[in-house]
Ligand binder design. Structure first.
Ligand code: ADP
Length: 586
């Protein structure tokens, strides 16, 4: 930049200096011409004065006087008659000179015009300046006096002065260039500093500031740039904060979020979307086409459909799609920037669990209705029969009452289990559930005591084996009791006569292990993974006979879930079953 400005200044200076030289040259030459013209006119006037009072235009006396004038003025003086013939010349022989009538200065004199004439003289072979004047002497004769001077001397002087001027101007030009260089450099240094500063800011170094401030426009500019850097730093900080906020929201949001551009290329994708769509964490999918990343035809159709809509015609589109093994509610919205659709936001909500729960609830309602209907129908049938008075035999009537009582008990048990189940299903209840420190061995012994009559009916042995130092547990007392009742009563129900039910209580690491085992009918392997489902029974007839509701193990599982516990089952048909509970020690 400095070089460019310096070159421009030097060029301007050179042109100015040249123009000044040319102007000075022509001006000086004109001045010279004017001075010479004046001298020639004076000589012509002098000669004119000398001969105007004479009787003849030319005489040897006149010639002498003219020669004196010519010598004094260093001019050539010529007398010419009206026919153009040279009568006398101070430098040349008149007879050798040709007719001068056609000379321009002679023509001017004849017309009475006193005007200088510059031309090459064929007589002297020099560039000359001429002035001629017509005079009429006292004798009545008319003639022309012409004075002339060579321009050579003047040319020499002019050339010499031109050389001097060029020399001076050259020196002036060099000095001016050096001075300009110094001034330009001192002006350009702060501008270069500003350029470096602006470059750093543009490169993202918003902390950079300028420190030197001049008291001129550059200082003003420096201050403005510093202010600009302040605002840029502020805006950048705000932007980074917002970005960080947005990033953490996107990172922690449970919904999958994907932003794509108009060409379906992924511009942003959050962690949840990676997880939901089973994209390997280390795979970079940004700038990849969404269809290439998620190979799902329905999603492809949905994306191409919405991206095909004219702008602003639809802002949102929601659908439920099955991707892999999950069900997603997918919402695609347009990103509108200044009335132009610049891309789309795809929000994925995994609703697999919601749908599963919905279907579980539907199944539950259907099962409950069915389970309730069976004892009610049975009770109703027996009551109708008794009401009609068709049963006269006392023993049969008593049997009927017995059955009605049993079905009513089953109904009550079923309603109780359903209520427990729905209580445990409600997350609000779990939060407010009372928990206390319990001695598991004591609680289990109480349950065994309550169930010993049932066991006695089948002549079953009931044993509790507990280590000496069994840890306490934090549990809801009623639910612990119910859980153990369900497991031990199942062991009794599904045992053969004379069998043994054993409850083993021990500590393993920091966990409490409770094993309920029997040597009863066992559970086939194919049913093992389903026995904790609601209303699932291996042998429906037998279970019903035993007065089971099909909810016992589902309740156990639920109770354990709400107390951070776990249950496992091992069983072999006709050999027995072992349920193993693992609980945290209090
Ligand atoms: P139910 O009220 O019918 O006993 P549960 O949920 O308690 O319902 O048990 C589900 C099913 O698991 C039972 O119907 C039975 O087939 C099987 N089951 C549970 N405990 C045992 C056990 N100790 N031995 C054999 N089968 C069992």
């Amino acid at each position: 930049m400095t070089r460019k400005i310096l070159m421009a200044v030097i060029t301007t200076l050179s042109i100015t200096v040249c123009l000044m030289g040319i102007f000075t040259f022509y001006n000086s030459r004109n001045l010279y011409y004017k001075v010479m013209e004046k001298d020639l006119t004076r000589s012509v006037d002098l000669v004119s004065k000398e001969i105007s009072s004479k009787d003849e235009f030319y005489s040897p006396d006149i010639a002498e006087s003219i020669k004196i004038i010519a010598n004094t003025t260093e001019q050539r003086i010529t007398l010419i008659d009206l026919t153009g013939e040279v009568v006398f010349d101070t430098e040349l022989n008149a007879s050798e000179l040709g007719n001068h009538l056609n000379r321009p200065e002679v023509q001017n004199a004849l017309k009475g015009v006193l005007k200088r004439e510059i031309r090459f003289s064929s007589s002297t072979a020099l560039d000359m300046m001429y002035i001629a004047k017509k005079i009429t002497i006292s004798g009545g004769e008319t003639g022309i006096i012409r004075s002339s001077i060579s321009l050579n001397l003047m040319k020499d002087i002019l050339n010499q002065s031109l050389e001097n001027v060029i020399g001076y101007l050259g020196v002036f030009l060099i000095l001016a260039a050096l001075l300009s260089r110094y001034i330009i450099k001192s002006l350009m240094t702060p501008i270069s500093d500003i350029a470096v500063f602006a470059k750093k800011i543009a490169g993202g170094n918003y902390k950079e500031r300028m420190t030197s401030f001049k008291k001129d426009e550059i200082g003003e500019l420096t201050r403005s740039l510093n202010n600009m850097a302040d605002s840029l730093e502020d805006s950048f900080c705000q932007l980074s904060d917002r970005n960080a906020e947005l990033e953490s929201i996107l990172k922690n949001i449970v919904n999958g979020i994907i932003a794509i551009d108009g060409k379906n290329n992924i511009k942003m994708i959050n962690k949840s979307a990676y997880k939901m769509l089973n994209i390997p964490e280390d795979r970079n999918v940004v700038n990849k086409n969404i269809i290439e990343v998620i190979r799902n035809h329905s999603l492809y159709e949905m994306v191409t459909e919405i991206t095909g809509y004219p702008e602003d015609s639809i802002l949102e589109n929601t659908r439920e799609l099955v991707i892999g093994e999950n069900i997603f509610r997918i919402t695609i919205s347009q990103i509108i920037d200044s009335h132009i659709v610049s891309g789309y936001i795809i929000v994925l909500q995994d609703i697999t669990q919601i749908r599963k729960l919905e279907s579980m609830r539907k199944d539950f309602v259907a099962n409950v209705s069915h389970e309730l209907k069976t004892p009610i129908t049975s009770i109703k049938g027996f009551i109708e029969t008794l009401k009609d008075g068709g049963v006269e035999d006392e023993e049969t009537r008593n049997r009927f009452y017995e059955i009605i009582s049993l079905e009513t008990d089953r109904l009550i048990k079923l309603v109780e289990d359903i209520l427990t189940m729905s209580f445990l299903d409600n997350e609000n209840n779990i939060g407010t559930m009372d928990k206390e420190k319990l001695n598991p061995v004591e609680e289990i012994r109480k349950v065994i005591y309550l169930l010993h009559k049932e066991a006695d009916k089948k002549h079953l042995g009931m044993e509790v084996h507990a280590e000496e130092t069994v840890p306490y547990i934090t549990f809801n007392r009623n639910y612990f009791k119910q859980m153990m009742m369900n497991l031990i009563s199942n062991a009794i129900k599904y045992s053969r006569e004379n069998g043994t039910v054993v409850v083993n209580i021990r500590k393993e690491n920091s966990k409490l292990i409770i094993e309920v085992s029997d040597n009863g009918i066992g559970i086939p392997e194919k049913d093992l993974f389903r026995i904790f489902e609601r209303f699932y029974r291996v042998d429906k007839g037998r279970a019903r006979e035993e007065g089971g509701t099909g909810l016992g193990l589902a309740i156990v599982k639920h109770i354990l879930q709400t107390h951070n516990g776990d249950i496992q089952v091992k069983s072999e048909v006709n050999k027995g079953t072992i349920f193993t509970i693992t609980l945290n020690a209090a």
